[in-house]
Design a protein around this ligand. Structure first.
Ligand code: AMP
Length: 523
């Protein structure tokens, strides 16, 4: 197979030489005790699990589906799947029976690992669908997976893999339409891990004494690209210790900041950190990098965070199908621009195209298309969908709408499916949301299109008010009338207590569209 490209080899090459140093410290908030894992534990624990998988004699590239609470053992299982040359398939813990049945039917995993308390119904579902092995894993180290692995040897020879072999399948969050399984290869993940390692100046833990290595606060779920790949790969490849939260808790993060150097979050996490009085510049004295992504970071959050901590959040952009695509510059931090996601990462090709696929100039808004070693192999068992989403010259159509400025920085304007066409005019929700968010008293907003008898679609804004403020929908419309073209002004403004979000902090506009579907038409 030539040069071995197994991603696990790359990650392990970054481990510090002193394998008995702490690699992961579990810091709560819900752990029963502080727990420590050394680099040796990561190596040996993943070896034991890989040996367990090998003992099952699965066909090569079997899918290992995992729906468990966040715990270090789940990360070890991911590493074990890489080592054993199989395909990791993480599932959001929020998924219920119908969703799980779909994923199992579509992916046909050979192994399924679930929470012990759900073994009854999940194993019934899985065995009926032909899954051969169902194990359990609890966040307190309980369950049959670890019981069985305990008998396995601590050494394991990493299975050789090529760049094009699958390492993981990530099902897209499916805010529009049926969820699709994005097939990511060892080459996709390794190339992105390397690029981010250099771009974000991760310190070389292997070469450094313990006190000079990076320390990452890991507070994201690990069933998603952000927490599993960007954060975990970053720390493992850099030999950086992780302060591991089993779920995000703003108080715990603020308490541990003085021991850390890197934090990664979705925008909502930054909003919640800002609500903590303890978040000060002094607490961030050892921090060198705050990264945001997965959803748009409000300019106001970007500014407020800088004022409070002296740190400029670095916003980046990516997706399950491509891992990371763009990043604001690491240095100087004054080159990080709020409201943009920065230029393409090295090796990533990015272009903006019009309706007919024609290239657009800087400043023009259009579809974002990308290519590079990070771009996935296609959707699992959906060749037509894969073909639809690539151009004939093999660029991937991200489905995002954006604009490049003269310096090559990308701004995301919205998802193409969220674009509102009203009376023949295109309205980009993010633009209108930007104006609405500037109105005093508005906390946040989501702009959607709903059916309208005259205009085809009508622009509707759903807003939430800041604490203590009351919002008058007609006053909001009146303010906007003086600022943006009439066709962009929402025909209805709805004040809500909160916006529906998925686990990654993305506003679920499909739910809003459903809820307000009948504002102008009879159903
Ligand atoms: P997922 O595959 O769940 O990670 O979702 C990817 C989508 O999240 C992208 O296609 C974008 O629409 C959105 N996204 C990710 N990062 C950003 C960002 N920094 N700003 C705006 N949207 C983002």
């Amino acid at each position: 197979m030539g040069q071995d490209a197994n991603l696990f080899g790359l990650l392990r090459s970054g481990f510090p030489r002193t394998l008995d140093d702490t690699a992961i410290e579990v810091v709560g908030p819900s752990a029963h005790e502080p727990r420590y894992y050394t680099w040796r534990d990561l190596d040996e624990g993943s070896a034991m699990l890989a040996n367990l998988l090998a003992s099952l004699e699965l066909p090569p590239q079997s899918r290992i589906a995992v729906q468990v609470d966040k715990c270090v053992e789940a990360l070890l299982l991911y590493l074990a799947v890489l080592r054993a040359g199989h395909v990791f398939l993480p599932l959001n813990t929020a998924y219920q029976e119908a969703e799980l049945a779909y994923f199992i039917g579509n992916a046909e995993p050979a192994v399924l690992v679930c929470r012990p308390q759900q073994f009854g119904w999940i194993s019934r579902l899985a065995f009926t669908a032909g899954v051969e092995h169902v194990f359990t894993l609890g966040d307190d180290r309980s369950g049959t997976l670890l019981d069985r692995a305990a008998w396995q040897p601590r050494e394991h020879a990493v299975v050789s893999r090529g760049v094009d072999d699958l390492a993981a399948i990530l099902y897209t969050s499916g805010t529009t339409g049926r969820s699709k399984g994005a097939m990511l290869t060892h080459g996709n993940l390794a190339s992105n891990a390397e690029v981010l390692h250099r771009t974000w100046h991760w310190r070389e833990g292997r070469e450094l004494p313990r006190e000079r290595r990076d320390v990452l606060i890991h507070a994201l779920p690990i069933f998603h690209v952000h927490g599993l790949f960007v954060a975990s790969h970053g720390a493992l490849r850099a030999g950086a210790k992780m302060l591991w939260l089993d779920r995000f808790d703003a108080g715990t993060v603020v308490a541990r900041l003085p021991e850390a150097s890197v934090f990664m979050g979705v925008p909502t996490l930054y909003v919640r950190l800002l609500a903590e009085a303890g978040l000060t510049a002094a607490r961030c004295a050892t921090m060198r990098l705050f990264v945001s992504g997965s959803a748009p970071l409000l300019l106001e959050t970007f500014r407020e965070f800088r004022l409070r901590t002296g740190h400029t959040i670095l916003e980046r952009y990516g997706m399950s199908e491509t891992v990371m695509l763009t990043s604001n510059p690491y240095a100087p931090d004054s080159a990080r621009r709020g409201g943009t996601v920065g230029p393409p990462l090295p090796g990533v090709g990015l272009r903006i195209v019009g309706d007919r696929g024609q290239p657009l100039a800087a400043g023009e808004i259009g579809g974002v298309e990308v290519r590079g070693p990070n771009v996935f192999k296609g959707y699992w068992r959906m060749p037509e969908k894969t073909a639809d989403d690539f151009t004939t010259d093999l660029w991937f159509k991200t489905g995002d709408v954006g604009r490049l400025d003269d310096d090559g920085y990308l701004s995301i304007v919205g998802r193409s499916k969220d674009l509102v066409i009203t009376g023949g005019y295109n309205v980009y929700p993010a633009e209108v949301e930007g104006f609405i968010n500037e109105i005093p008293g508005v906390a946040e907003s989501a702009v959607i299109g709903v059916p309208h008898p005259d205009f085809g679609e009508a622009v509707v804004a759903v807003l939430t008010a800041r604490h203590g403020a009351t919002l008058d929908p007609s006053a909001v419309q009146a303010t906007l009338k003086g600022r943006i073209a009439g066709f962009k002004v929402p025909k209805a403004v709805v004040v809500a207590t909160e916006l529906p979000r998925n686990a990654m902090g993305k506003v679920q506009k499909n739910l809003l569209r459903e809820a307000h579907h009948a504002l102008f038409v009879k159903v």
